[in-house]
Design a protein around this ligand. Structure first.
Ligand code: NOJ
Length: 503
């Protein structure tokens, strides 16, 4: 399977590369960067939604599943991108958002028009709301005055949830998948796919001890696995090479894994590890061990368009720590997903005024907080959840791009960081595939593990650390120094060492 040893690269289209100077990244911008991506060692791209959309949630509110938003180009541009990527042996997977459509989608327009509409049952309509909360804050139900019923939206009110209990919805979605398969995409990233069904009992969610709502009846509902399993089986019969990765809105490994083990996705995003809030080595090691106790290949990432960048969040702007994290991502068992700009050490973009905030989640937070605190304080709270942090435009070379959003800050050490990523990807290809990891340990601020014939020591501490070596090895990467008798290695603070077993 091609994806098992591939390095993926997420492209958040609007902020990646703007080919026509209108301030918005576009498909031709990606085409221009293909040689750069090839040179960096990237094997596959994940493109975030590029479909027509009112962009309430920046494209995750789709109003036509089978077209390209004119601001990104057209279908011909997309086809050219596919052809050119394929010519460079780069695969392309696309983001599909099937939990909800935009309320501007013709399906919703038809559904909401009347109680008798042929598509009324394509969405979730009720006379009375439950207490279920939207993931962007506030009630997940919106009263539509025209028919005096509420529709369900697990995200923004402009993102209405589809009713997956209706077989016509399922068929319509299969048609969408067939459309893109015919065009030649190599796989799909399924957005919040565990939200797909809600409980048909429509009971209120309980409130936890922390005062927060427990999403007991609106995610991971009985029936969702069967629907997804059937879809995955169908996809694999159409094309066994198609890669599927599930986005599960959970940071619990058991929940995430169940969608691979029971629903048949190839893998799923490991938020249990990827979105940790700070560099908690105990937690990192524990999750890493648990992930490797499972049979399928996990995903490895520390960045995406939904979280603060690891340069700030985890590495705290320290290049040494950042390098250790990149070794962990790339010289390891799993499917690495890099996020645009990560390979240049790009940091968080921080809006300094509400007028600069684009993320709906941060906007909601800001206005909610303004009821209680001063605007400057509200801005601080909003920025704590602001997904714009990772969505600033990518600076290319010394020039910043700005447009629909400000520029991500340039990392002065960016070139050095890029060469580290490039070297690690080269090593991964030369020494992989990495299918087995053993001896995962955490000691004195050092994470060490054995991946196939490589011993990896990541010293996150501020002290130089001596580690015993049990096999005859030679150094292939890092600043660690092997003793003459090759019994131990001395690894300087915030540095790593990779040793290769002698044949
Ligand atoms: C997950 C996506 O990654 C996020 O950006 C989006 O807001 C939600 N799904 C809703 O589609």
């Amino acid at each position: 399977m091609w994806w098992k040893n591939a390095v993926f690269y997420e492209i958040y289209l609007a902020s990646f590369a703007d080919s026509n100077g209108d301030g918005i990244g576009d498909i031709d911008g990606v085409r221009e960067k293909l040689p750069y991506l090839k040179e960096a060692g990237i094997d596959a791209l994940w493109l975030t939604p590029f479909y027509p959309s009112p962009r309430v949630d920046n494209g995750y509110d789709v109003s036509d599943y089978c077209a390209v938003d004119p601001q990104y180009g057209c279908l011909e541009n997309f086809q050219s991108l596919l052809e050119e990527a394929h010519a460079l042996s780069i695969k392309v997977i696309i983001d599909v958002v099937f939990n909800h459509t935009s309320t501007a989608h013709p399906w919703f327009i038809e559904s909401s028009a009347s109680l008798e509409s042929a598509k009324r049952d394509w969405y979730i309509w009720r006379d009375q709301p439950t207490n279920w909360e939207s993931f962007f804050g506030g009630s997940a139900w919106k009263l539509d005055q025209r028919t005096n019923q509420y529709y369900y939206h697990s995200f923004a009110e402009e993102q209405a949830d589809l009713n997956w209990r209706n077989p016509e919805v399922k068929q319509a979605i299969y048609d969408v998948l067939s459309f893109w398969l015919a065009i030649g995409v190599d796989g799909f990233r399924f957005d919040v796919i565990n939200n797909l069904t809600v409980s048909d009992t429509f009971v209120d969610n309980p409130i936890g001890a922390d005062g927060k709502q427990v999403h007991l009846y609106d995610v991971n509902q009985p029936g969702v696995m069967a629907v997804l399993k059937e879809m995955n089986q169908w996809l694999k019969t159409v094309d066994p090479d198609i890669f599927t990765v599930a986005e599960i809105s959970s940071d619990q490994l058991s929940v995430i894994s169940s969608y691979v083990e029971e629903a048949g996705f190839d893998t799923a995003f490991n938020f249990n590890l990827g979105s940790i809030e700070d560099l908690d080595l105990k937690l990192l090691t524990h999750e890493f061990q648990e992930m490797n106790a499972r049979n399928y290949l996990p995903t490895l990432f520390f960045n995406s368009h939904d979280m603060s960048r690891s340069w700030n969040r985890l590495a705290r702007e320290d290049r040494g720590t950042y390098e250790l994290l990149s070794v962990f991502l790339l010289i390891n068992r799993g499917v690495p997903f890099l996020f645009q700009g990560e390979e240049q050490g790009v940091g968080d973009y921080l809006p300094s005024h509400i007028s600069e905030i684009r993320d709906i989640q941060a906007k909601n937070k800001y206005y909610e907080q303004c009821l209680f605190v001063e605007t400057q304080q509200a801005l601080l709270f909003a920025n704590e959840v602001n997904r714009d942090r990772s969505r600033g435009m990518i600076p290319w070379g010394a020039s910043q791009q700005t447009g629909w959003i400000g520029s991500s800050p340039i990392n002065p050490e960016g070139e050095l960081i890029s060469s580290v990523y490039q070297e690690l990807i080269r090593l991964r290809k030369a020494e992989g595939p990495f299918q087995v990891v053993t001896n995962i340990q955490l000691e004195n601020g050092c994470i060490r593990y054995q991946v196939e014939h490589l011993s990896v020591v990541l010293n996150f501490s501020d002290l130089s650390v001596k580690q015993n070596i049990s096999k005859k090895v030679q150094t292939i990467y890092g600043k660690g120094v092997l003793s003459e008798d090759r019994q131990w290695v001395q690894v300087p603070p915030k540095s790593c060492w990779i040793g290769k077993e002698e044949q």
